[in-house]
Write a protein that binds this ligand. Sequence first.
Ligand code: DSN
Length: 424
Amino acid sequence: MIVPSAVDEELAAILDRELTRQNSTLQLIASENFTSPAVLAATGSVLTNKYAEGYPGKRFYGGNQFIDEAEDLARRRVTALFGAEHANVQPHSGSNANLATCLALLEPGDALLGMRLDQGGHLSHGQAVNISGRWYQGVTYGVTRSDERIDYDQVRDLAREHRPKLLIAGATAYPRHIDAEAFRQIADEVGALFLFDAAHYAGLIAGGAYPNPVPLADVVTFTTHKTLRGPRGGCILCREQHGAAVDKAVFPTLQGGPLEHVIAAKAVAFFEAAQPEFRAYATQVVANAEALARALSAEGFRLVSGGTDNHLVLVDLRPFDAELTGKAAQEVLDRAGITTNKNTIPYDPRSPFVTSGLRLGTPAMTSAGMGAEEMGSVAGLIARTLRGRDDEAEVAAVRDEVAALCSKFTPYPTLGGHAGDHAG
Ligand code: DSN
């Protein structure tokens, strides 16, 4: 692999520092992962040089015969992987995939019903600050106070009251399975279309560790870089009847030239996710999240909804330490080499910039080879850091232990200047 150091030492040094960070600290952000060298190579391939507005067989520029093959391969692989009728692999991101879905199915001013951002939803599900809430009438549902699970009665009541044209399931910080069947029934009752945003779950679904919403939803969107372990980007799966509208919404309505190097890398990720090893990986991601949840509970943390069914846990820090905010926890954990993100918890009294919660996920460290035993160690290191957060010597001691642990689970042991294998 040609590395920038040959021409640009300044950038090469930055890349090297980031590689060292990824190799030597714990990556617990639930939406992140470590791609394979094959995905990295496709992302860095000559396909980045080509303009290809349009779709395979219908491009606006010449020279796209091989680009067409790559995009067709990605489409074939992803429809087979999820059992979908139609795929669009061009969205640059999950937000673009969701906006394109709205452009395909709705008129400005139509109502859509999605999950509250502060209870685990996403900006692009109808929040007022996002285009999905500015162009459309965004209505939101949440979780119950009692068990902190989606309040399906509230979803039904709001659907009956507002008659949304689009009902959206999907979350960024919800540790439980989402009942796609319940959403389908509610959508049918009020005559809504049903979008399942599977960004967080796509890899688990592909690996058989999370129920597949594709047979139930009109449209399923997802990002390719989270549990699916592909390049950064988005994807839309839909029923054949919506295929033409979805394709038109992605191009020419929303996007211009597709990122064909990323689409090639998506094809690689779809291939990898169809292999038997990926099923083992997805199962281990969930087992690791369960192990992390148990170990954190034993350390005195309260888990939102009492635990997890998927790849993430949402920690309510207040019972552990009433003074400790998510912001302060994230900052001191960063100093200890443990990368996490602060997160609101349901009915959080603190602002989204401060929060009472911390979101932790297992996809990345599972790719690096960690198992349930290491999750116990990780929980212990988190607890020690947060208990000793005013003691810099203790934080430094944890940082050394984190580095020692990570040295046995290095995602890219041979990448500094050369492509190499990683532990996943
Ligand atoms: N930023 C993503 C996440 O962390 O869940 C959502 O878009």
